[in-house]
Design a protein around this ligand. Structure first.
Ligand code: NAD
Length: 326
């Protein structure tokens, strides 16, 4: 089985190379099909072809020009390959302001405000169209409930702003309530997005699995990453009908490029999700154990986690533990 590999740009190549080295040391024996990403001449087609062929991929972050330039490659991949479900766990791995957080955020990946339908109206006004369909809402909510069952989760919370966005969020909420009736074994509730942000910072332990439309899911997953120690720990996966693409939640953090200080764990934990997806549960668990051991050593972990170590010290420490347990 070959797996598509895209290292991305910014800190992408460093964190993905470290991840591949750890996977190799763990005995995962993965045959990569690397698609080289060139930010000077961006071309999404070779990535799409490779993912269509291999069905599974690991990807580093790719920079999107702000306010101008080409459309986000990340959003394009999710839309073109119909990778409709973004799965972003947020779990306490280090001591922090909060303890025992264990949340999963499920984000609708293909429509909403990311539909890309926006334009200027004259010179001084611009509009963006937020598309919400019953079919996409139904499949993301159903995916969320199925995921909750698979992961033994007890409660699903649907996020909306249906008090104001009565058509778009109203449709999403109505659909979520209707799908929830097919899952009587799982508690269902809904929250308005602004209240949800406040609730999450006050009592995150009250929540279990959260389902949201595209933009709300994007924002909430960064918020939840912050609750557990930052983006350096935030893993992610995008699932379609038969293709799965694993990537950290964070972006290319260009200010850390080449400084050996980017945290590789978001990429590594995304690869752990990938190992579970392809049936290598034992190796995935071994890497998780090695991460837990490594996170205890402040001299080894990266500065974003309060440590004095570097990307390479973290990588080497994980490799040492993981290879000793083979
Ligand atoms: P970012 O996630 O790249 O970085 C925000 C901040 O988070 C950084 O400044 C840094 O302090 C911290 N951070 C992120 N990853 C880290 C890591 N591994 N280790 C330590 N600290 C880390 O967000 P941004 O600055 O808003 O975006 C930069 C670029 O990345 C933009 O072009 C954006 O479009 C793109 N982006 C890509 C993806 C993706 O490829 N899926 C996701 C988000 C953003």
């Amino acid at each position: 089985m070959k797996i598509t590999l895209v290292k991305g740009d910014g800190i992408g190549p460093e964190i993905i190379e470290a991840t591949c080295q750890i996977l190799e040391a763990s005995g995962a024996s993965i045959e990569w099909e690397e698609v080289v990403w060139n930010e000077e001449s961006p071309d999404v087609e070779p990535i799409i072809e490779s993912l269509k062929r291999n069905k599974v991929g690991l990807k580093g972050p790719i920079t999107t020009p702000v306010g101008k330039g080409f459309r986000s490659i990340n959003v394009t991949l999710r839309q073109r390959l119909d990778l409709y479900a973004g799965v972003r766990p947020a779990k306490s791995l280090i001591p922090g302001r909060y303890e025992n957080i264990d949340l999963i955020i499920i984000r609708e990946n293909t429509e909403g405000l990311y539909s890309g339908v926006e334009h200027f109206v004259g010179k001084d006004a611009a509009e963006s169209i937020r598309i919400i369909t019953r079919s996409a809402s139904e499949r993301i909510v159903r995916f969320g409930f199925e995921y909750a069952r698979k992961e033994g989760r007890k409660k699903v919370t649907a996020i909306h702003k249906a008090n104001i966005l009565k058509c778009t969020c109203g449709l999403f909420l109505e659909t979520a309530k209707s799908v929830a009736q097919d899952y009587p074994d799982i508690q269902f509730e809904d929250r308005i997005i602004d209240n949800m942000c406040m609730q999450l910072t006050k009592k995150p332990e009250d929540y279990d699995l959260i389902i949201a439309t595209n933009l709300f899911g994007d924002i909430l997953s960064d918020l939840c990453a912050g609750l557990v120690g930052g983006l350096g720990l935030a893993a992610g996966a995008n699932f379609g009908k038969d293709i799965a693409l694993f990537e950290p939640v964070h972006g290319s953090a260009p200010k850390y490029k080449g400084l050996d200080r980017a945290n590789p764990l978001a990429a590594l934990l995304s690869a752990v999700m990938m190992l579970k997806h392809i049936g290598k549960q034992d190796i995935a668990r071994r890497i998780e154990e090695a991460i837990a051991v490594t996170l205890k050593d402040r001299d080894v972990i990266t500065p974003d986690l309060g440590g004095t170590g570097s990307l390479s010290s973290m990588r080497d420490a994980i490799i040492k533990v993981v290879s000793s347990k083979r």
